[in-house]
Design a protein around this ligand. Structure first.
Ligand code: ARG
Length: 468
């Protein structure tokens, strides 16, 4: 039996009927639907709508549905079920007859889908917490292992200044730590329970919303029934946070791809995460990284889809909202799928530290340090900049680095150059010059690493609320 057929005289157009079903994808919400149904059933008994016998029959049947869904894959192949809510009602009726039809008393699918989706998003965030923690820890482990190795930092993709490899990797650590806190923050707004909101105006009987919320591990009930049944902000926020996360992954992938090219040679691609060319026998291609970059587009597309779906909707529930499900599932699956792979990649990729160090010491990347040297001797910063610029020009003409220019030539540019100049240009000195928190001076990088480790460890502390 349909959930709504009473007022209709004609059957649905079969093509339309098939086309409008959400069960092919919302069946993955079944565990949440069953848990929410249990909470509703308990509340109904408490309100005197269900007898204790009704309740135990319904709860037993809900358990049986869960059991069959786990053990019999074909059980979920129901071409008639309109959506996961209809499926459960059909199965209840099949198991316990008319008592099964009592469960829907006072509730609406509008509140159910809002609840199920929130439970899905909450579970996904809890899964992601640990996956992101693994990923960040892989980054931090490589940062620690890099020790005193340096790499050029680029601005405008032009060599800018040398930094510690650890400092470079910590930049990624910060991005993903932000992503983790964004998801944790999003979770607070996700974790409110729409049950009891009814179709739009609230349940049609007095049921205890606090108890239902608590039973499902929510922090409390949502505040307004119109908002609760039409709100998908939690989904939008969640997928927005994921799209930023994949944007970060994409930037990381892009940089790894670039650094693995012979022109840089900083990164040796791990074979288990690369593929060859069917045509060119010499090729080792960065497929994992390229797909990471590509998957970001998919997740960003999901975020755009969700926003576009909701932007023109009048209050409250509209069937358009059914279309918010798949982008949420898609984005969640994509990110949950990609994180263990990038973690594996990070654990196995080889860094060519000799090449990195070499590159970090050539190409005039100590020019700012050279200017700082003049400033220390009382030369105004702008003039020091100008003088070192002239020295760089001379170096470019002669094809040599600053430290190879004879003192006499330097003094012809500015009288404040002296023999101590040469010892201020080494990698160690240049790195140590950036002696501020957040800078690349080794003592600050060491502290930053420790601090990032502590924040990454905190990500794991929360125990997820399990829905089974
Ligand atoms: N399958 C529907 C969805 O995902 C469930 C809610 C249906 N509500 C309704 N009023 N038709 O949105």
């Amino acid at each position: 039996m349909k959930m709504w057929s009473g007022r209709f005289r004609q059957p649905l157009d079969p093509e339309f009927e098939k086309w409008q079903r959400s069960f092919p994808y919302d069946r993955q919400l079944l565990p949440f639907e069953l848990a929410a149904s249990r909470a509703h059933a308990n509340a109904l008994e408490h309100a005197g709508v269900l007898s204790s016998e009704d309740l135990s029959e319904i709860v037993k049947a809900l358990g049986e549905i869960a059991r069959r869904a786990e053990s019999e894959p074909e059980f979920l192949n129901d071409p008639e079920a309109e959506d996961v809510h209809h499926f459960v009602e059909k199965q209840l009726a099949a198991l316990i007859g008319a008592t099964g039809y009592k469960l829907h008393t006072g509730r609406s699918r509008n509140e159910q889908i809002a609840t199920d989706l929130r439970l899905f998003v909450r579970q996904s965030i809890d899964t992601l917490r640990n996956l992101i923690a693994d990923w960040i820890e892989a980054i931090l482990t490589r940062a620690e292992a890099a020790g005193s190795a340096a790499i050029p930092a680029y601005t405008h993709l032009q060599p800018a200044e040398p930094v510690l490899v650890a400092h470079w990797l910590l930049a990624y650590g910060e991005m993903f730590l932000r992503d983790a806190t964004r998801l944790a923050d999003c979770r607070k707004r996700v974790n409110l329970c729409p049950l009891g909101s009814g179709a739009v105006a609230g349940a049609t009987l007095t049921i205890n919303r606090q108890t239902m919320a608590a039973e499902l591990g929510f922090d409390g009930p949502t505040a307004n029934s119109i908002d609760a049944t039409s709100d998908r902000d939690f989904a939008i926020e969640f997928v927005d946070a994921l799209s930023l996360l994949t944007l970060h992954l994409s930037r990381w992938a892009e940089e790894m791809i670039l650094f693995s090219t012979p022109a840089y040679g900083f990164v040796e691609l791990p074979e288990p995460y690369s593929t060859g060319s069917s045509a060119m026998p010499q090729k080792k291609n960065p497929d994992l990284l390229e797909l990471v970059r590509g998957k970001a587009a998919r997740v960003m597309g999901c975020a755009a889809t969700l926003q576009t779906l909701v932007k023109g909707l009048p209050l409250a529930y509209n069937k358009d909202l059914q279309e918010t499900q798949e982008p949420v599932f898609n984005a969640s699956d994509t990110v949950i799928g990609v994180l263990p792979l990038v973690t594996g990649f990070m654990n196995t990729v080889e860094f060519n530290e000799a090449k990195m160090n070499h590159a970090a010491q050539s190409g005039f990347m100590n020019a700012w340090a050279a200017a700082a040297y003049l400033v220390e001797r009382g030369v105004p910063s702008r003039l020091a900049h100008e003088a070192v610029g002239k020295a760089v020009q001379l170096g470019v003409e002669r094809g040599c680095d600053l430290e190879k220019l004879p003192l006499a030539d330097l003094q012809a540019i500015h009288s404040s150059f002296d023999a101590a100049f040469y010892s201020s240009l080494g990698l160690t000195e240049v790195l140590a010059l950036h002696d501020v928190p957040g800078g690349t001076a080794p003592r600050h990088v060491k502290r930053a690493l420790q601090n990032a480790r502590e924040r990454a460890a905190l990500l794991r502390l929360q125990t997820p609320a399990a829905i089974r």
